[in-house]
Design a protein around this ligand. Structure first.
Ligand code: SF4
Ligand code: SF4
Length: 143
C-alpha cells in the first residue's frame, strides 16, 4: 500500500504555517482600501448628492422639525453597500470617508448601520416691517 502524500504531510507538520491566524495577526489594509464608512455629520450640508449617486440605495435621510430648525439624520446601510466610494467622491464637503478598517463581520445586520445627526438651523426670521399709522377716520357729514 502506498501513501503518496504521507511524506508531504509529515514535512508540512513541521513547517511554518503559510497563512496568518486572524485576528491574532491583524494586517493593516493597503492604502486606498475602501472599508468601513465614517460619516462626519459636522461637515455635512445636506445637499443630498451622496443619496443620488449611491446605486444600491443604501443611504437614507430623515428630517425632523425641531425648535431651532431641522434635525437631519443620515443612515448608511453597509450591509448592502458595495464600497464603490461614489458617495465619498461626490461629497463636496468630505463628510464621508471609506476607511482602511475591514472588520465588518457582525451577527446583527443593524450593527453595520452608520448614523449621524446634525441640526440645520432655520434662517433668522426677517424683521417685521413697521406698521403704517392708521389713516384718520373720515368725518361723517351731518345733514
Ligand atoms: S460606497 Fe457606494 S454603495 Fe456604499 S454608500 Fe457609498 S455610494 Fe453607496
Ligand atoms: S454629499 Fe456630503 S454634504 Fe452632501 S448630503 Fe451627502 S454627506 Fe452631506
Amino acid at each position: 500500500m502506498k501513501f503518496p502524500y504521507l511524506k508531504e504531510a509529515v514535512k508540512s507538520a513541521f513547517k511554518k504555517p503559510s497563512t496568518e491566524i486572524y485576528p491574532i495577526v491583524n494586517k493593516v489594509a493597503p492604502v486606498g482600501y475602501r472599508g468601513k464608512i465614517v460619516y462626519h455629520a459636522d461637515k455635512c450640508i445636506n445637499c443630498g448628492m451622496c443619496i443620488r449617486v449611491c446605486a444600491p440605495g443604501c443611504i437614507t435621510r430623515t428630517i425632523e422639525k425641531v425648535e431651532d430648525g431641522d434635525k437631519i439624520t443620515f443612515n448608511f446601510y453597509q450591509g448592502q453597500c458595495t464600497f464603490c466610494s461614489m458617495c465619498a467622491d461626490f461629497c463636496p464637503k468630505d463628510a464621508i470617508e471609506l476607511t482602511q478598517d475591514y472588520h465588518l463581520a457582525v451577527t446583527d445586520r443593524d450593527d453595520l448601520i452608520v448614523s449621524g445627526t446634525f441640526i440645520k438651523k432655520a434662517p433668522p426670521k426677517p424683521p417685521v416691517p413697521p406698521q403704517a399709522p392708521a389713516a384718520p377716520a373720515a368725518d361723517k357729514k351731518t345733514e
